[in-house]
Ligand binder design. Structure first.
Ligand code: S3P
Length: 424
């Protein structure tokens, strides 16, 4: 995909449904009694991998028009043994959350994903699930493929070594099948979509600060799900709108769950002209966001805000490269174990564009305001690196190229169409 220095971006857009909520609507819809109608579902490759896994376990999922799906729940104990290995594609969320569910089943399963998934840390789910009594093994006890055999699960209290919603959710979902309540304690609040959806399905979940307890339910009762637009996808247009001179962009129905809205806080801190309107609640808080091109200044991003914007850090690094002064991103070592090593990837690609960027142990230091020039950018087969560098290309002098641009289909199949629609 070739991109050129952009004229101002103008318009009102919607972005696809939230990836985290979409995954959970299939998983919990499958385990519920009754039928779940989901609207605003993200038809990205990751969420389709989740559908595929549950179909292989006998769950009927119909894909309708206009991003709707219908999940015919089979109940907590109604999944069937799949006739083949489950394949989770590029999706860490599918792999980790489903491991928790599979640990509670009465049949054996094997699961794996693509080359990236086979390199991502699974020891972080294997160890706590084993402590609950799960019979789960992986390559070197750390990597996919995983094999999960039937066993009896016990409730436990577990202190998470990292603020990871995937890890938290894997344990809470295994907790549905345990004989006593299961408690997880997070170092900092991570996204709470699992907890919210479990409650909506009638399961008792107690949250006391960073201490979350799930009480094993007799059943889950199906409940329709409206998926908000994904703030992680909106983030690309928030940054594009703020850095491309003369732009005004409105994004409608964006999910602004307080465990996900760190990107708004940071852009405001950097001096962005950003307004939130029509705040309402549809199972998750949503609103319309308008951003206007603004002069940005550097900032510090670290501590408890990191889990609230973990997926937005690559594109925030682009904003920082366009800001006056220095931005320090710290406490973000988790970025190294995402779909790619996102610290190394962003440092290499922003440097290619002429930015002054240094890699640190747990983040990036960016001295903003250098003139940026077009280049051929690598994606590392990582959707968010591809979209972040596409946003960067809008303010680079001359022509840029995004290699492997199709990788955006993981979370945002129409990303480049929307960019063009805005005039990019
Ligand atoms: C997700 C949690 C985050 C995030 C990922 C989706 C989820 O991962 O990076 O894109 O849906 O729970 P971690 O929880 O591992 O940080």
């Amino acid at each position: 995909m070739k991109l050129h220095t952009s004229k101002p971006l103008h318009g009102t857009i919607t972005v696809p449904g939230d990836k985290s909520v979409s995954h959970r609507s299939v998983m919990l819809g499958a385990l519920a009694d009754g039928t779940t109608h989901v609207t605003g579902f993200l038809m990205g490759e990751d969420c389709l991998s989740t559908i595929d896994c549950f179909r292989k376990m006998g769950v009927q999922v119909e894909i309708g028009d206009n991003n709707t799906i219908t999940v015919h729940g089979v109940g907590l104990h109604g999944l069937h043994k799949p006739s083949e290995q489950l394949y989770t594609g590029n999706s860490g969320t599918t792999t980790r959350l489903i491991s928790g569910i599979l640990s509670g089943q009465s049949f054996e399963t094997a699961l794996t994903g693509d080359a990236s998934i086979q390199k991502r840390p699974m020891g972080r789910v294997i160890q706590p699930l084993r402590q609950m009594g799960a019979d789960i093994t992986g390559v070197d006890d750390k990597f996919c493929p995983l094999t999960i055999r039937p066993s009896k699960l016990h409730g436990m209290e577990y202190i998470l070594p990292v603020a990871s919603a995937q890890l938290k959710s894997a344990i809470l979902l295994a907790g549905l099948y345990a004989d006593t309540p299961t408690t997880v304690v997070e170092p900092a609040p991570s996204r709470d979509h699992t907890e919210r959806m479990l409650r909506a399905l009638g399961c008792r979940v107690k949250a006391d600060g960073c201490r979350i307890t799930v009480y094993p339910p007799e059943k889950l009762t199906a409940c329709d799900v409206t998926v908000p637009a994904d703030i992680s996808s909106a983030a690309f247009f928030l940054v594009a709108g703020v850095i491309v001179p003369g732009s005004v962009v409105t994004i409608r129905n964006v999910g602004v769950n307080p465990t996900r809205d760190g990107v708004i806080e940071v852009l405001k801190n950097m001096g962005a002209d950003i307004t939130l309107e029509n705040l309402r609640d549809d199972g998750e808080p949503i609103c319309d966001i308008t951003i206007r091109a603004s002069k940005l200044h550097g900032t510090e991003i670290g501590g408890d805000i990191i889990p609230r914007l973990i997926d937005e850090l690559p594109v925030l690094a682009v904003a920082a490269a366009c800001a006056e002064g220095t931005t320090v991103i710290r406490d973000a070592a988790e970025l190294k174990v995402k779909e790619s090593n996102r610290i190394a990837a962003m440092v290499t690609e922003l440097t290619r564009a002429g930015a002054d960027v240094t890699e640190t142990e747990d983040g990036i230091i960016i001295h903003g305001g250098q003139p940026l020039h077009g280049a051929a950018f690598d994606t590392y087969q990582d959707h968010r690196i591809a979209m972040s560098m596409a946003v960067c290309a809008l303010v680079c002098d001359g022509e840029s190229e995004i290699k492997d641009n199709n990788v955006v289909a993981i979370s945002y199949p129409n990303f480049f169409d929307t960019l063009k629609q805005l005039g990019g």
